[in-house]
Design a binder for this molecule. Sequence first.
Ligand code: PEP
Length: 263
Amino acid sequence: MPRQFFVGGNWKMNGDKASIDGIVNFLNAGAPYKDVEVVVSPPSPYLAYAKDKLKPDVLVAAQNCYKVRTERGEVGEYSLCVEVSKGAFTGEQSPAMLKDLGLKWVIIGHSERRHVFGESDELTADKTLHAIQEGLGVIFCIGEKLEEREAGKTKEVNFRQLAALVAKNPDWSKIVVAYEPVWAIGTGKTASPEQAQEVHEWVREFLNEKVSKEVGGATRIIYGGSVTPDNCVELGKKGDIDGFLVGGASLKPDFVKIINARN
Ligand code: PEP
């Protein structure tokens, strides 16, 4: 089965009601979108605001959520292990809350979560597993830093980040892998189509080998890192690039051109 093209817009910590109205207007005006799944990710305080205004062609994702906490609780006469998606985690949001808002997706493991907030491979994998178990789809981000690429460690770093998730045995039909080289995010230095394709191919081979050929063939692997309307068409022609995760350019009307990169 062909993999459906997937384009995500990560708004990061940007926007207010007025600017979100503007983004919603151009996204709604561009709909309906053909042969592409479109998902935008506003900051938490605006998730419901944006979702209420967007046409159903455009889904909404959260930028993060917390992992499970397992508690022993008394249920009737039995002592059971009860997984709870709420509790004393100030500043966090649970996948159950995102589901309650009607969201279908969450971004986990973005390089800013990993490197600004110090989230480990293990936590990232745990959060992904929990979000999936709660019924969300996950845009699972991986990517190497510049010094890691220069030291010849691109494959090793991306495989290590993926291996942490493979170890949790998640439902891969709920996962989109976003390869986002850290050196390309927000820098204007896009990976060339060949550089991106090379890593996407490695990721697919890794999934073929460590999970199954079925999962390797079916999983969408999208590219993120300074994608623009000018470079998206060439990137989108590569066989293992199944879409994009877009930061800065997703805030501008030309984002619609990126959504339609394959059309
Ligand atoms: C991102 O934040 O995921 C991203 C890819 O940002 P940008 O497109 O601005 O490089």
